[in-house]
Design a protein around this ligand. Structure first.
Ligand code: FES
Length: 131
């Protein structure tokens, strides 16, 4: 491995700080929560988490935090992701991969439209929040 210069280290620090800022919840009104239980990780949850970070970066979206949680109890549809966007029902998407991540960002987060074929849990219609 080549020796790193001070400038290389500074660039590395800045890129890591950027990544950490995306994981920060403060001041953000939308949340993406990736299930990182054992079955989630085995099914590819880390790839999904990284895909959200890079897709949000690529689209210049800064009001979404990306965090992780444990098991959501949906082993059969891992990787799972909970998405919380103001004015929309909180939903859990299942069978998420990098392609579905792009759909969730484009349709749900930007377009305010559910990616219905991947919704595996959401509040019943009678308890949906009315704004
Ligand atoms: S470990 Fe799979 S649902 Fe909990």
């Amino acid at each position: 491995m080549a020796k790193m210069t001070l400038e290389d280290l500074r660039k590395l620090r800045e890129s890591k700080q950027d990544a950490l800022r995306k994981r920060d919840v403060e001041g953000k009104d939308c949340q993406v929560i990736v299930g990182m239980g054992t079955c989630g990780i085995a099914a590819g949850a880390k790839v999904v988490l990284d895909a959200f970070l890079s897709e949000l970066e690529a689209k210049g979206i800064e009001n979404v935090s990306v965090t992780q949680t444990g098991c959501m109890g949906l082993c059969h549809v891992e990787p799972t992701v909970e998405v919380i966007v103001p004015g929309m029902p909180d939903v859990i998407y299942g069978n998420v991969d990098a392609k579905v991540v792009k759909q969730i960002v484009a349709d749900h987060i930007i377009g305010k439209k559910l990616v219905s074929e991947h919704v595996f849990d959401k509040p019943a219609a009678d308890i949906l929040k009315k704004d």
